[in-house]
Write a protein that binds this ligand. Sequence first.
Ligand code: ARG
Length: 548
Amino acid sequence: LAPGGDAREFLSERVAAALGDEFGSEFASRSVAAVTVATKSEFGDYQCNAALGLAKRVGCKPRDIASRVAARLPTDVFGIEVAGPGFINVRLTDDFLAQTVSALAGGAVPQTQTPQRIVVDYSSPNIAKEMHVGHLRSTVVGDAIANCLELRGHDVVRQNHVGDWGTQFGMLLAHVEDEEWESVSDLVGFYREAKRRFDSDDEFKSRAREKVVRLQAGDVETRGAWERICALSRIEFDEIYARLGIRIEERGESTYQSMLRGVVRSLRDKGIAVESDGAIIVPGDPLIIQKSDGGFNYATTDLAAAAYRTRRLNATRLLYVTDAGQARHFKEVFRVAKEAGLVPPNTELEHVPFGLVQGEDGKKFKTRSGETVRLKDLLDEAEARAAERNPDAAREIGIGAVKYADLSLNRESNYKFSFDKMLSLTGNTAPYMLYSYARINGIQSKLLDDDVVRGDFRITEPEERNLARLLARLAPTLADLESDLRPNILCDFLFDLSQTFNRFYEVCPVAQADDADQKFTRATLCAATASVLKTGLDILGIQTVDRL
Ligand code: ARG
């Protein structure tokens, strides 16, 4: 087990192997091993609860099972004890803690054992339509997930699956023919007006249809107008991304156009898709892949994109961060993609859903006058409110607060947007975390200037050990985030870490420590805490401030 490494993972493997050796290979699995972080510190740091569940299956008393497994576990990094009816309590040795804390103080980030190429599909707004709070959620959550995976050593491809194709362009292109290009500056208003004409004017409607056909046929002039519209939208999107510090690669729906015919053909050849009332559908919970007018759908594009991402980009895990309302869409797309062999059989396809953003009243999130909130206005207000207290760090605090409020909640719950709550200095908020970081960073850098000499890392006080064992939990926390894709796990951990640090710092003087070893030990704990907070906030996409 490397210093800073994942003790839970290491222990899971060892317990699984021990179970296999003692009771047969069918028990040699990590899920049977059931190793968890200890609920209470008197039970040690990690615990294994496998024995109780296995008693019947292996015909052995739980305590005997536990003893037989415990006897096979390495004692150089773990103190091991069988307790109660058959729990195995595991305590990290001071030696391991010492090495871990120094590794973390040096900025180490626990790495994955199994690097993969992973596509994270997030943000993905639609051209000429509003980039709304739902897209903000996707952007913030998706970015945190991508950052985590990347820092852990995966090869991450960030994909912005922009809605830059489809029938809405017919209206836009027909409308732009009758308007001055200058009037397109307000694209959303432009879209609204085009839609109004489309719904009320038959001549306009058929002209719009014709435009779609021309666009798809590659007509140069139509294509040029389409490109101009996309470019205008992109300016607005990029402004938001710059403010949020997001880097993502655009690969919009239009880039898959040439693949769509082939996808439909291959599904028909395999008998997976059939004709129904002129359209081509995949029966079951039916998925329409080609409309009766010959046009392709959102789902068809996603099938092509999945093939592209696995076959061409060689990704083995594909993540899609969208609102929970698209769950059915992805379930069907994944099922068909596997069934048709568009993606290799063991590709991991995961929808990462999130709940709605609501106003403080629990209703749809709107402005006071009842309109949808523009993202730009929302970020402006967050910064303006942060500036009232803190003009020098208004951007970091304002933007950080918007992001952190979203990330610190379970993504699947609906989330009530509240400036007051997200900007509060107390509780699990961005301002609290940013102040904590600045304070600990200050303590830490002052110590560096001080006369801390390299000594022996020696834990004597319970508060020191508490902090060290929590720091060692960075690795399993990131592993959980990597598998469950829930950034709130990391927020909770960082909040816990700040509070645990405060308790440590209250009772353990650093500059006035008893001797050189104690001072070194405590200074290293301070440095490791600052470094882990920084790593965590970086993953969450929260920009830190060194002094506040
Ligand atoms: N453009 C879509 C929307 O605004 C989200 C796209 C998500 N990604 C995907 N591959 N379908 O709802």
